[in-house]
Design a protein around this ligand. Structure first.
Ligand SMILES: *Cc1c(COP(=O)(O)O)cnc(C)c1O
Length: 235
């Protein structure tokens, strides 16, 4: 099991290649898509992965504590031999209340339901996914590539003596996120950015993770972030 993009460096990995390599060694392959869902076009079915899991409170805007998601590859869906975590919501609806102790799985994703999910927690996810559908993942990704490249361009102007971007430069090897190693800095850099209204985060020993999200961040947002960082680093 491996993250599809690394939480620290923002490096995105080739899922299909990893799945093939794992399978060639007899492994089951699963991906942690916490930093990929709503960020990259994952084509998770085509990757051949056996399973994947993700949270919905990062790029997908589900809000703190919102439901997670999981994917199980089709080839496992109707395999009665597979030991799986089951619950009565995945049982054949016709016979659900017959209260027998065998399990008759509904085919497809429904068969994997354990119980009934929190509707109040799913409502914001649905609203958010409607926006993703309206915008289109292709369009969002196109804007994200430009937005992150623009962020990178402005950051590089700060100079190698001040910062170093540890995320790969190749757009195919990253999503929205840039991880910026700030030299001779401490957490106050992050605190001052927060005070200025920039939502980013700080990772030991000196990395700012910044991820302009195409669905609501603008090029102007990015410009103001870098201007503010410039001032803070000068201090
Ligand atoms: C945020 C995150 C998760 C999600 O964890 P939850 O338990 O759903 O909050 C998983 N993996 C990584 C690498 C993350 O950054």
């Amino acid at each position: 099991m491996i993250g599809n993009s690394n939480y620290y460096t923002g490096q995105a990995y080739p899922l299909k290649k990893i799945a093939q390599l794992g399978h060639s060694h007899g492994c089951k392959v699963g991906f942690d898509l916490a930093h990929g869902a709503g960020n990259l076009q994952l084509n998770i079915h085509d990757s051949g992965a056996d399973f994947a899991v993700w949270c919905t409170y990062k790029y997908l805007n589900g809000g703190p504590g919102s439901l997670g998601g999981c994917f199980v590859h089709e080839r496992h869906a109707n395999n009665p031999e597979l030991k799986r975590f089951t619950g009565w919501w995945g049982h054949n609806k016709e016979k659900r209340f017959n209260m027998r102790d065998d399990f008759d799985a509904i085919s497809g994703a429904e068969g994997w339901q354990v119980s009934n999910p929190s509707i109040l927690s799913m409502a914001p996810i649905r609203a958010s996914l409607d926006l993703f559908d309206a915008a289109g993942m292709d369009n969002l990704r196109k804007k994200a590539v430009k937005l992150t490249a623009y962020t990178e361009l402005l950051l590089r102007e700060l100079g190698e003596d001040k910062i170093r971007i540890i995320t790969p430069q190749n757009p195919d090897e990253r999503g929205c996120q840039l991880s910026v190693l700030v030299k001779n800095a401490n957490r106050t850099v992050h605190d001052k950015l927060t005070e200025a209204g920039v939502i980013c985060d700080w990772r030991h020993p000196g990395v700012i993770r910044i991820a302009p999200a195409p669905i609501y961040n603008s090029f102007e947002d990015v410009f103001h972030f870098v201007e503010r960082l410039k001032i803070i680093l000068k201090d």
